[in-house]
Write a protein that binds this ligand. Structure first.
Ligand SMILES: [Zn+2]
Length: 138
């Protein structure tokens, strides 16, 4: 990827202090990449971090740490939505009509939580081992 960033230039970056994606000024470059940046909001200096959205988009295999936190989210959401009673889960079927936050029971993937419904016939489900796209209303 070609970089047109220069020292003193503007860049969107993750601010470690504000914990937000904000405009930063590049204060040091290494190998044509921003190395150190200064937050235009809090004036804090820190190493450059990419925007979170870019990290997600790169689709790099999730490291073990992230997998654990996904599992924690899964467990937490599941107990919030079912109160620990998994028998309330709806059996998944292709012609089902599921809503966000519904808990489903998939014959292959197990218990999942509907994260979002996309275009009425696709939905993103969070299973224990990660999110999957499933169809519905077929
Ligand atoms: Zn900041």
């Amino acid at each position: 990827m070609k970089s047109n960033h220069t020292t003193g230039g503007y860049i969107d970056a993750w601010c470690t202090k504000c914990e937000l994606e904000l405009g930063h000024t590049i204060i040091a470059m290494v190998n044509n990449l921003p190395k150190r940046v200064k937050c235009n909001t809090c004036n804090g200096e820190h190493n450059f971090r990419k925007k979170l959205s870019e990290k997600v988009r790169t689709g790099i295999k999730t490291p073990a740490r992230k997998t654990r936190s996904l599992e924690a989210t899964y467990t937490e959401q599941l107990s919030r939505l079912t109160g620990g009673d998994l028998s309330i889960a709806t059996k998944y079927s292709l012609n089902g009509n599921f809503r966000k936050d519904e808990v489903i029971d998939h014959p292959r993937f197990g218990i999942g939580i509907v994260l979002s419904v996309i275009q009425t016939n696709k939905m993103e489900i969070l299973f224990k081992d990660g999110a999957r796209m499933l169809v519905q209303n077929q």
